[in-house]
Write a protein that binds this ligand. Structure first.
Ligand SMILES: Nc1ncnc2c1ncn2[C@@H]1O[C@H](COP(=O)(O)OP(=O)(O)O)[C@@H](O)[C@H]1O
Ligand SMILES: [Mg+2]
Length: 255
């Protein structure tokens, strides 16, 4: 079953067509990759899917229902959570508080009511706290819960972003270059975490530069080049695709 369907999505910036008629369909329970060289339009695709700015054209559906990614609130309500290519955390807040903020978008009373003394708000706050701890443990950073977010190592900041996104209980988790800046060992454990998230029932869309990581964990992927789809399919079929080998993978075709 298709969780997210995108048909003929395009975006121009002045004279530049950053995303040119891209279509893709992500099945429930898979890790879907979006790869391609710098400037290929990957982040712009994410920004259109997550409503950061409007597409010039394109149709979107979540679980076969039309979906209009016009406002961030609608995107979250539709069940999409994302991380950013450049880490975006509340730096002065604690690691735990950063995840609680993610959780608050799902609770009935919201952040400000939670600060009041109302009984239901207090109960909800206790649940929010419990859930936040759960996601910190799940992502392996619970021991840093009381650090300020800005004092975490970079790889842990990236995990914190994932924990915060998971706390919104999304159907689709969209990750923009989650392994950027990580060493080989960190990439390996990140790959294991992403596979676990998938195996626990989530659907993932990820942009990634590290071809080995992408080919190792994605079920299917799309290769973008100059805003257009160059190829899509399983890692094996994409790896053997002559257009991909010629245009991009080149010397990396053995991976
Ligand atoms: N907000 C923007 N305004 C103008 N041009 C942009 C904007 N965002 C991206 N671009 C341009 O669109 C193209 C695709 O960018 P991007 O989606 O960031 O690529 P990728 O993530 O694949 O590296 C690039 O040429 C980039 O300079
Ligand atoms: Mg990018």
């Amino acid at each position: 079953m298709s969780l997210l369907t995108v048909n003929n999505m395009s975006k121009r910036f002045g004279g530049l067509t950053a995303v040119d008629n891209v279509s893709l369909s992500i099945n429930k329970g898979e890790i879907y990759g979006l790869i391609g060289p710098n400037g290929a339009g990957k982040t712009t695709c994410f920004n259109l899917i997550t409503g950061l700015y409007p597409a010039d054209s394109g149709e979107f559906a979540i679980a076969d229902k039309p979906y209009f990614p016009t406002q961030i609130e609608k995107v979250t309500a539709a069940g999409i959570a994302r991380t950013f290519q450049n880490v975006r955390l509340f730096n002065e807040m604690s690691v735990l508080e950063n995840v609680m903020v993610g959780r608050h978008v799902r609770t009935r009373n919201g952040l400000w009511a939670a600060l009041s003394r109302h009984k239901r708000a207090r109960e909800e706050e206790a649940q929010t706290l419990e859930q936040a701890w759960h996601w910190l443990e799940y992502t392996g950073i619970a021991k840093f819960a009381h650090y300020r977010a800005c004092d975490l190592a970079y790889g842990h900041q990236r995990r914190l972003e994932i924990a915060r996104a998971l706390a919104t209980d999304p159907l689709l988790l969209a990750l923009d270059e989650p392994a950027a800046g990580m060493n080989a060992a960190e990439k390996g454990t990140l790959g294991e975490l992403l596979i676990r998230i998938r195996d626990d029932g989530k659907t993932l869309l990820m942009i990634e530069h590290d071809v080995k990581l992408v080919m190792g964990i994605c079920d299917r992927l799309t290769v973008l080049d100059y805003g257009k789809t160059l190829a899509s399919g399983t890692p094996d079929s994409v790896r053997r695709d002559p257009a991909v080998i010629a245009a991009w993978l080149g010397g990396n075709a053995h991976v």
